[in-house]
Design a protein. Sequence first.
Length: 431
Amino acid sequence: MLKLFLFLSEILDKPVIDVNGIVVGRLHDVPMKISEEEIYPRSKGLIVYRGFLKRTYAYIRIEDVKEIDETIKLKIEGEKVAFLRSSSPHEFTLRHDILDQQVVDTENRKVVRVNDVHLLRVDHHLYLAHVDVGMRAIVRRLEWTAAVDLFVKAIAPQSPYLTQEEFIPWKNTQVFSADRQKNMLRLDVARQKLAQIPPTDLADIMQDLDIFGKLALFKSLDVNLQRTVFADLATQEKQDLIDHIDDKEAANLIANIPADEATDLLLTLSQDTIMRLLRHMETKQSKKLRKLLGFAKDSAGGLMTTEYLSLNRNATVGDALQLVKNNVNYPGNLHHIYIVDDFHRLVAMTSIRRYIHLPPETPIMDTCFPLKLFVHTTDGIEKIALLLEKYKFTSIPVLSDDDILQGAVTTDDVMELLISIAWSKYKEKLA
């Protein structure tokens, strides 16, 4: 009786026999068919090879296959199988596109490697049921199962290795081909699954993928999710993506992260790349970043973000609350609002804790901190850090020499630079 399930490793390279019992070749790969009606892809034919040094390949329709097991039996004569020097391309195949490739387990949110493919047999069709990411799969492919099982039973009879399979259902996977920048899942299903994963987790997943996987995963996301995930990536990951997407796409992504982060990222790129990317940005955004790039990296001007919320001194608490509501997706700091005069000179600052419980008609100036705390664009990291620590603020406004509000530096910006400086000094001591 034929097994209901079998593994790809059990049938690869097995003999293919025609209707007369003559071996016509060996199984090389199994092309699969994806349709919107079926969750699990099914085989649409077989790719058979013969020869050793000079291999030739033939495609056999699934309708001409009688039985698939440790030997594959055909319904046709061997003379009807046409062998060619190379295999014709297919939508995707199990050996080439799934086996040994990277998989995003969308259920457990991690990247794993496919060690085998678990197939469901229905009549003469094979359905892709699971990908096997366990150690047993590797042992099976090496044909060491009997020996290893015997050894494990002798020394650890209760070992999970003997009973637990590490299968991931196909519907819970996102598979990427290592040498093709294409998505192996139906795009609508992929987007639905990936959209359920928090952007920070998606960013972590991307770190574990090779560059082809990174690109395939990133391009399968919608534009808004791309921007969010890009913002959560480490600088090196951002650089990798920028190197492999066109300048217009890269400029759009950089333009949608906080200006201080965008500046830090641009400073890691070559001058030629910076200028190309800036040319693709809107004039206002480009000018903002060009200005930030002109400041020393460890100065307030170099650390500040130009994304902040401000109100005129005549505003009310109701105006402040509405400003926050209108900017819930704002990349900058929502906790502090800076109060400015008609010339955009800093007058005072307030925080959401100081006005959220007050009547809407309350003048915003009545909620401001009694101390007007600020730094200038040329002030160094030491002064900024001391002020933030002394007054326990999470951000501090940055002014030009004529007291015009330019931006704000947050504690996160300061900590990131201080950690970088400390790490550099530590490495110097080790050297």
